[in-house]
Design a protein around this ligand. Structure first.
Ligand SMILES: Cc1cc2nc3c(=O)[nH]c(=O)nc-3n(C[C@H](O)[C@H](O)[C@H](O)COP(=O)(O)OP(=O)(O)OC[C@H]3O[C@@H](n4cnc5c(N)ncnc54)[C@H](O)[C@@H]3O)c2cc1C
Length: 241
C-alpha cells in the first residue's frame, strides 16, 4: 500500500490507480481493501475492453485495469470478489480552463457586505485550484472579510518565483533527463555561488563521461562563437559602406 498514484502510461484511457493507507473508511472490514481508479482519456477505446470508458460497466473497467496490471488470467476471481462503484465526472478538469481577469468573481465582490463566494471558481491571487486548501482558504477569506475579523490566512509559498523550483520542474517535465541547456548552465555555474540552484542530479547525469560533457559544451560554444563572428562580419561590412 503506497498512497502514491500510479499512472499506467500506455493505457489508452490513461488509467491511474491508488491504494491509500487502509482502512480507507473507519468502519471498514479488515479483509476489505478500498482502491481508487480513474482515467483521463475516457472517450478512447480501452486496450483490452474495446469501448469508451463511459460506455463500460464497473466490471468492464475492472477488466481493463486487471489487463494493465497483468492480472487478466485471474479475472474471474477478481470480478467475483470486487465491488465497483463508478462516478462519471465530465467536468472534473473544468477548473483548469484558461481564464482572464474578471471571468471569476472576487471572494467578496466589491460593495458586498453579506455575500461571500467560496470554493474553486473564484479569483484568488496565487492559490492553486483542485485542492482542499483553496476551498478552505477562500472560505476563511470570506469569513474574515465579511465579519471584519482582523486575521490573515497563511501565506502561500511563492515557489513559482523560485528559480530552484522552476529548474527542478523543468527537469521533471523532461522525465528526469535534464532541461534544455542544463549542461551549459551546470558548466557555467559549477564552483560559483549559484551552483546550488541546479537540481542535484538528473537521470542521465552520471551516464555521460566528463569528456562527453565537455565535448557537448565545446560544440555549443563553438556554434555560438561562429554565429557571433558571422553577425559581426555582416555588421562590420554594413558599417564600412
Ligand atoms: C477525484 C478527485 C480527487 C481529488 N483529490 C484531491 C487531493 O488529493 N487533494 C486535494 O487537496 N484536493 C483534491 N480534490 C479536490 C477537492 O476535493 C475539492 O477541491 C474540494 O473538495 C472542493 O470543496 P468545496 O467545499 O469547495 O466543494 P465540494 O466539496 O464540491 O462541495 C460542494 C457541495 O455543494 C453541494 N451542492 C451543489 N449544488 C447544491 C445546491 N444547489 N444546493 C445544495 N447543495 C449543493 C454538493 O453536493 C457538495 O456537497 C479532488 C477532487 C476530486 C473530484
Amino acid at each position: 500500500m503506497t498512497g502514491g498514484i500510479i499512472t499506467i502510461t500506455d493505457s489508452n484511457w490513461l488509467m491511474s490507480v491508488t491504494c491509500n493507507r487502509q482502512p480507507h473508511f473507519p468502519e471498514q472490514d479488515d479483509d476489505l481493501l478500498v482502491i481508487w481508479v480513474y482515467a483521463l482519456f475516457m472517450d478512447k477505446e480501452g486496450n483490452y475492453v474495446k469501448k469508451a470508458m463511459p460506455q463500460c460497466t464497473g466490471h468492464e473497467i475492472l477488466t481493463e485495469l486487471s489487463y494493465h496490471l497483468g492480472l487478466i488470467d485471474d479475472l474471474d476471481n477478481i470480478l467475483e470478489n470486487t465491488i465497483v462503484r463508478t462516478a462519471y465526472m465530465p467536468y472534473i478538469t473544468s477548473m483548469f480552463l484558461p481564464r482572464a481577469t474578471g471571468d471569476r468573481p472576487q471572494i467578496v465582490p466589491n460593495g458586498c457586505t453579506n455575500l461571500g463566494l467560496v470554493g474553486q471558481f473564484v479569483e484568488t491571487n496565487n492559490d492553486v485550484v483542485f485542492t482542499m486548501e483553496t476551498s478552505v482558504r477562500t472560505a476563511r477569506i470570506a469569513v474574515y472579510e465579511l465579519l471584519k475579523i482582523n486575521k490573515q490566512v497563511p501565506d502561500i509559498y511563492p515557489s513559482q518565483y523560485d528559480i530552484r523550483h522552476l529548474l527542478r520542474a523543468g527537469n521533471v517535465m523532461n522525465d528526469g533527463n535534464g532541461f534544455i541547456g542544463e549542461g551549459v548552465l551546470r558548466k557555467l555555474l559549477t564552483g560559483t555561488y549559484y551552483e546550488n540552484i541546479l537540481p542535484k542530479h538528473h537521470k542521465n547525469h552520471d551516464e555521460k563521461t566528463d569528456n562527453e560533457k565537455s565535448d557537448i559544451f565545446h560544440q555549443f560554444t563553438q556554434q555560438i562563437s561562429e554565429q557571433v563572428q558571422q553577425q559581426w562580419h555582416v555588421l562590420s561590412k554594413k558599417l564600412k559602406r
